[in-house]
Design a protein. Structure first.
Length: 280
């Protein structure tokens, strides 16, 4: 079992997790955790033993220079950190790499950690490749253990059936442990799948803001998202087939977008704008 280090008694803690690999198209979901770790100055409190869950010939350790002088090894694993939000609530951040083996044991260990920390609410973040135009708002689908929460958050309900990753297995384990769990998935355009995907990261981050009822400093993310979209526009203009394909996706998206849904989206963005103007 993972051992916790110097953790105070947490106040109404919520856990937010993302895993690199199959669940993380464009590194959009792990990008959210990295942003939150940096913005909230999260303190590391634990990590899982990599020997139990990783095949090092598949997910190899990395040799890095430390202080520009000595060489060290960073092992693939899942790391847990903690931060206190401006509203006084605590958040536990989990940043991991999808394990290569023993998924059920892996999830049992994480759920055990959640219960030890008295976590009752869990937010799981993922990103998938989809037929989504890069010029439109990033679709975010969701699934929740609590009935009606997906509608409350104005999410498109997830209807995927098929092979799953560690995120799906962990969501099932959390539900069986009676933890209120929400999973959020951003759709990354498959024709620009290479990381990073700041526009998708920004879309997930805004949903996390809604869930936690906090305003997260966005830093350079909005500018990076705009630069990413402009860069893809330039690439599409250089290839007539890609440009035509993007136009087709845009038409399909616009045809299925209900006017009232667009109005709701505009209202939510305006509410976020007002919160940023007056965080109090």
């Amino acid at each position: 079992m993972v051992e916790l280090e110097s953790v105070p008694e947490l106040v109404d803690p919520v856990l937010v997790a993302a895993f690199e690999g199959w669940n993380d198209a464009g590194e959009a979901a792990s990008g959210v955790i990295q942003h939150l770790e940096s913005t909230w100055e999260a303190v590391p409190i634990a990590e899982l033993d990599p020997d139990d869950y990783y095949d090092f010939q598949v997910t190899r350790p990395i040799v890095e220079m430390i202080d520009g002088e000595t060489r060290g090894i960073t092992w693939p694993t899942t790391r847990i950190s903690w931060a206190r939000l401006p509203n006084g609530r605590d958040v536990v951040l989990v940043h991991g790499i999808e394990p290569n083996m023993r998924w059920r044991s892996f999830c049992r260990e994480l759920v055990g950690l959640m219960l030890e920390l008295d976590v009752r609410n869990v937010v799981l973040l993922g990103a998938l490749l989809a037929d989504a135009p890069h010029t439109r708002p990033v679709p975010v689908t969701g699934a929740a253990s609590e009935a009606g929460l997906v509608n409350t958050l104005h999410l498109e309900p997830a209807r995927y059936e098929g092979p799953t990753g560690i995120l799906g297995v962990l969501q099932d384990a959390c539900a069986k442990a009676d933890l209120d769990t929400v999973s959020l998935w951003a759709a990354v355009p498959h024709y620009v799948a290479q990381p990073p995907s700041p526009k998708a990261t920004l879309a997930l981050l805004r949903r996390v803001e809604d869930l936690l009822d906090v305003t997260v400093p966005l830093g350079e993310l909005p500018e990076e998202a705009r630069a990413w979209e402009n860069g893809v526009n330039e690439l599409a203009e250089e290839d007539s087939e890609v440009a035509e394909y993007v136009r087709t996706l845009e038409e399909q998206k616009d045809a299925t977008e209900l006017p009232e849904a667009s109005g709701d989206a505009i209202a939510r963005e305006f509410e976020r704008y007002l919160r940023r103007r007056d965080p109090g």
